[in-house]
Design a protein around this ligand. Structure first.
Ligand code: SF4
Length: 396
């Protein structure tokens, strides 16, 4: 099995290791096929062709069986992401669901999310997904304005996106919508209002980013930083007005509709990874370095994944996990439980990062509520800069 170095701080940081990650009860499954290739996207995705999809499904069944032999606990949450999982045909998705049932006795007992493109399903398909055990659709609406959708290279219209929400809700599915803001020419308020009043219980808002080597980067598309910051605040204000509270930097939900699966990531719990380029977080195995609390896994891209090449494994020790918990936890409304971090990693954040912590508190970017460390409203806006101070202090 290939191994990567243990991360940037492994050589320098040492502490007591007290809490390995528990056996995962969550699964991320990557479907790399998309109806179109959007010019801003840098995910692992491709157009489908029959031979490739057939080979993909077959390999997925084998990988699931091997994974379940090591981690047989029934799943609490499952997330089918991509790519565009709804771009699989019914018979292909049926095989994927059957594999999950065979391997783990069912889909996620608490939540199963399927990412869906508005142009790939109707009310009848949504009903079949619900019957198969899917509980939640994450719909890639992005915008309701057709010129914006065309600019983003999407294949659907605004009307189709809103119809997709009605179809999903009518089938008894919970709905999360993706919205992209700071798009040139977009009326962001109109899109946020449309998402908030669509009936969706959850809205994820992302700022358009121009990633290197994407068609947008080649075309020189630029995102206006000031506009991006304004839209970030606008999202919170508009969605809150309609009963959707921001509970993570990008995520807003009506009470009780927060994503269970994403919480697994943010709390540093374990999850399994299936499919090309899928990432997971597993308990350490024999052969991993002493002191590893967990292992990040990353499957190879589809070509080598189809040949059953094993995932890349990156062990994570206590100090590294502490930084990761700060990085993900501070993005959330619930913040970071420092007592839990101490118990899991052996690292006391207050004594390990006195300068970063003091500076952030002095500027009212972070605040302590008992043992809980939280980003303030101002801190949320500049979170990356706040976190950089913790990383710098770790490396000092
Ligand atoms: S549908 Fe999603 S994953 Fe596929 S190319 Fe577009 S943005 Fe990327």
């Amino acid at each position: 099995m290939r191994r990567r170095r243990a991360g940037p701080f492994a050589a320098r940081l040492h502490a007591a290791y007290t809490g390995p990650v528990e056996a995962p009860r969550s699964l991320y499954l990557h479907v790399p096929f998309c109806p179109q290739v959007c010019p801003y996207c840098d995910f692992h995705k491709m157009r489908r062709h029959e031979g490739l999809v057939a080979a993909y499904v077959e390999r997925l069944e084998d990988e699931a069986a091997a994974l379940a032999a090591r981690f047989p606990n029934p799943l609490r949450t499952a997330y089918l992401g991509g790519g565009t999982p709804s771009h699989l045909r019914d018979h292909e998705l049926a095989r994927v669901f059957a594999a999950l049932r065979r391997c783990w006795g069912g889909l996620g007992a608490l939540e199963t999310t399927l990412e869906a493109d508005p142009g790939t399903f109707d009310a009848e398909r949504a009903r079949r997904w619900r019957e198969a055990g899917v509980t939640r659709l994450s719909i890639g609406m992005q915008s309701t304005q057709d010129p914006v959708l065309r600019f983003l290279g999407r294949g659907h219209t605004g009307a189709q996106a809103l119809q997709a929400v009605r179809d999903a809700l009518g089938a008894g599915l919970h709905v999360s919508l993706d919205v992209i803001t700071a798009v040139p020419g977009q009326d962001a308020r109109a899109d946020l209002e449309a998402a908030a009043t669509s009936g969706a219980q959850h809205v994820s808002v992302y700022t358009l980013t121009v990633e290197p080597f994407t068609p947008f980067a080649q075309r020189g598309v630029r995102v206006d930083d000031e506009r991006a910051a304004d839209d970030f605040d606008l999202a919170e204000a508009v969605l809150r007005q309609h009963g959707l509270e921001r509970y993570e930097v990008s995520n807003h939900a009506r009470p009780g509709f927060e994503s269970h699966h994403n919480r697994v990531y943010w709390r540093g719990d374990g999850w399994l990874a299936l499919g090309p380029s899928a990432a997971g977080f597993e308990p350490p195995a024999s052969g991993d370095p002493p002191g590893a609390l967990g292992v990040r896994t990353r499957n190879p891209p589809i070509k080598t994944w189809l040949r059953a090449e094993p995932p890349e494994r990156t062990p994570v020790n206590g100090p590294e996990l502490t930084l990761e918990l700060l990085m993900t936890g501070l993005r959330t409304r619930e913040g970071v439980d420092l007592a839990r971090v101490r118990a899991r990693t052996g690292v006391d954040v207050a004594t390990r990062y006195p300068r970063a912590l003091a500076l952030a508190r002095q500027h009212a970017l972070l605040r302590l509520d008992g043992d809980r460390l939280l980003a303030t409203r101002a801190g949320t806006r500049v979170l990356n800069a706040v976190l950089r101070r913790f990383f710098a202090e770790a490396a000092a």
